[in-house]
Ligand binder design. Structure first.
Ligand code: MN
Length: 702
């Protein structure tokens, strides 16, 4: 067990004295916070954060990471909040600790195994600062090292989480040393018997192999010396977990696996790597198809090395990795190598350095010929453009950053998107326009009769949601147009004293064919959209000699219910309301626009039966109508509020209100309100007029 004294001595080698003091202060703060708490091992709790910080110090992580490591369980396990850490230390340290706590809260248990990869991405996406991940990995590593004291059940649970989640994350970040140790410890905890048997077999085999290993090693070393190439030859042993995986996944026998001898040659430069490769290929015959140049084309986590397999003496297969010292360090520590103070001139912001790492990787990759997959990997894994959220059943969905619950609903299913009305985020009701964050659980509330809202197009992000909403609205408009068109045609026919039912199917078909439409429904839709005139179509149905003329306004049995949908709209110029005489104007593409009979805009065309028709209000209209009012008032404090109160008290809703100052004495209030009908409007206007500050009130005309 490390003491704080040993620990700070270790920091001496790469941190400034004032930085070491900050780390120590974090230690003493945490020690006090965890006072009286003990680990399962019986040790005081503080030994755990100290050990975690020690792991990070071995990676030569910066002082802020070490401070956060000391404090990483404070929010979780003591009564201290994030705010206190901000005051005691600073925002960065508090954010790091908070980030680690959030990762700890992720409920891995409920996630299906197939989702493990998405879960890894979610964890990475949640950590805005990648150091959060490194601290969490160190935390997990220490917990795995001290797993022995827990119950078998708990051990297995933590081990599975480590193997499915944390070891792959370490791999993504190129941290091979951490990955290998997590995998070995995880394997031992999951399969204690199997791992012990393999370990025994390895020990037995080691005896037989020893001689061959040292023989090959000296042959290789001597040969390098002879060729005057710098390089250290290291024998490699396979890890228990990797042996087990090879046996299980690839169906290889233990003997086959142990029959391979693996070495690594670490040298000074890329040039030497390739020269050493040439030399060893000269020494022993290479196995065809086994040479891999990961120097020219690095793996997506930045790993670089040359790999080759040779037929050694007596046909023994020899696997060889050749790399420089920098590549070796990169292969072992991955991203952590880029936080270490020796490769960087201190104090740059962590993100800047992580970005530099990615930039380096990209450059390496570009030199080797572009690989889109590689760029995507690095980009999305470290600075994610995605958020990962849970469905109520624990399935993880990937959405672009900025996505909303509506995007989520459409991602689950188009029908869910079309019928969603509200949502719960982490069990709390939230607006459908809320921006989702990684780790949240989203539940969509839907209603069978609900429809997509045009306004959603203002905030949805995904093509699926956008397309779904547009498609629905277009389809809806077409079917609404067809039903309006049918009603219009029926009315036109009735005025010719014939009903739709009286028409022969052949008569209908002939007319449809004559005008070049595909079906009668298309004709209906065209009429509804104002592309064809009901009157003209009705005429086509009739015999040529029945030359009846229709006049607009003679009779009107066409009623407006207000529920026709998008195909009947109400003119913005005159704001007609129930109770007022109205005229329907058929306008191409828009369907029928209802104007007041007195509206100037239709003055010219109102008697043209091909364009306008008299219509009536239905007696039972449920919806509310928009009217614009213009109110002249004497300037006085709070007059807008007073008027607004009057309107609301009269059961009308205000849509918009603005005030324009005329002069020192008078102002003009422009207001749009929703009312039920003419009587309702009259009542509202009367009440406003009764206020002494009001000079004049009229309906606005435009
Ligand atoms: Mn911990």
């Amino acid at each position: 067990m490390v003491s704080i004294h040993d620990f700070s001595c270790r920091l001496d080698s790469y941190l400034e004295p004032d930085q070491i003091n900050l780390v120590k202060r974090a230690y003493f703060y945490a020690e006090q916070a965890h006072d009286g708490q003990f680990r399962q091992t019986g040790d005081p709790y503080i030994t755990h954060p100290l050990a975690v910080a020690n792991i990070l110090a071995e990676m030569q992580m910066d002082h802020q990471s070490l401070m956060a490591a000391m404090l990483h369980d404070v929010i979780e396990d003591t009564g201290i909040g994030k705010g206190a850490l901000v005051t005691q230390f600073n925002d960065t340290v508090a954010d790091l600790v908070d980030g680690v706590s959030k990762l700890t809260h992720l409920e891995f248990e409920t996630v299906a195994e197939a989702q493990a990869e998405n879960f890894q991405k979610m964890a990475l996406a949640m950590a805005e600062d990648i150091r959060v991940i490194l601290i969490k990995l160190a935390d997990r590593l220490h917990n795995m090292r001290t797993l022995g004291v827990l119950s078998p059940e708990k051990r297995r649970r933590i081990a599975r989480e480590t193997l499915d989640l944390y070891a792959p994350i370490a791999n993504r970040l190129g941290m091979n040393d951490v990955r290998v140790e997590l995998e070995e410890l995880g394997f031992k905890a999951m399969h204690p018997m199997r791992s012990e048997r393999i370990a025994q077999a390895v020990r037995r085999a080691r005896g037989n192999r020893k001689e061959i290993v040292s023989q090959i090693q000296s042959v290789l070393s001597n040969f390098l010396e002879q060729e005057q190439l710098p390089g250290v030859v290291i024998g490699r042993e396979k890890h228990l977990n990797s042996i087990y995986q090879k046996m299980k996944v690839r169906g290889k026998s233990f003997i086959d696996i142990m029959d391979v001898y693996a070495f690594r040659i670490v040298t000074d430069s890329v040039d030497s790597c390739y020269r050493i490769l040439g030399v060893v290929h000269n020494l022993y015959k290479p196995v065809e198809g086994r040479f891999k140049d990961y120097i020219a084309i690095p793996k997506s986590n930045g790993y670089q090395s040359l790999h080759t397999t040779l037929f050694g003496m007596h046909g023994v297969p020899i696997e060889i990795q050749i790399r420089t010292r920098e590549m070796e360090e990169m292969a072992n520590s991955g991203i952590a190598a880029h936080w270490s103070y020796k490769s960087n001139e201190s104090n740059k912001h962590s993100h800047a350095r992580a970005r530099q790492w990615i930039k380096d990787l990209l450059e390496m990759q570009q030199r080797a010929g572009n690989s889109l997959e590689f760029i995507e990997n690095v980009k999305t894994e470290l600075f994610p453009h995605e958020v990962y959220v849970f469905t109520p059943k624990g399935v993880i969905l990937e959405l672009p950053v900025g996505a909303t619950p509506v995007d989520f609903a459409y991602a689950v299913h188009t029908d869910l998107g079309n019928t969603c009305v509200a949502c719960r985020i982490d069990r709390r009701l939230a607006p459908l326009s809320t921006t989702l964050q990684s780790g949240q659980t989203v539940e969509i509330i839907s209603a069978p009769s609900a429809r997509p809202n045009l306004a959603w197009l203002n905030f949805v992000l995904t093509g699926k949601a956008r397309g779904g909403i547009r498609h629905f609205l277009k389809h809806q408009k077409e079917s609404e147009a067809a039903s309006l068109g049918k009603r219009l045609l029926e009315k036109a026919l009735l005025e010719m004293d014939i009903s739709m039912e009286q028409l022969e199917p052949s008569q209908i078909n002939r007319t449809v064919e004559y005008i070049g439409a595909a079906s009668i429904d298309e004709v209906f839709a065209d009429i509804g959209l104002g592309k064809r005139m009901a009157y003209a179509i009705a005429r086509l149905f009739m015999d040529a000699d029945s030359n009846q003329q229709l006049e607009a306004g003679t009779t009107s049995n066409f009623t407006i219910k207000g529920t026709e949908g998008m195909i009947v709209s109400f003119a913005k110029c005159c704001h007609p309301i129930p109770g007022e005489p109205i005229i329907g104007h058929l306008s191409v593409g828009k369907g029928m626009v209802i104007h007041r009979e007195t509206c100037h805009n239709i003055k010219e065309i109102r008697t043209n039966p091909e364009k306008c028709m008299l219509v009536n209000w239905d007696e039972h209209i449920q919806r509310e109508f928009n009217v614009a009012l213009r109110i002249e008032v004497i300037n006085q404090r709070g007059i807008v509020a007073t008027i607004a109160t009057i309107v609301t008290a009269a059961d009308a809703n205000i849509e918009k209100i603005s005030i324009e100052e005329k002069d020192a004495k008078m102002s003009l209030i422009h207001m749009e309100i929703y009312i039920k009908d003419r009587l309702h409007l009259a009542r509202v206007m009367r009440r406003i007029r009764n206020n002494s500050a009001v000079n004049r009130i009229t309906r606005a005309k435009s």
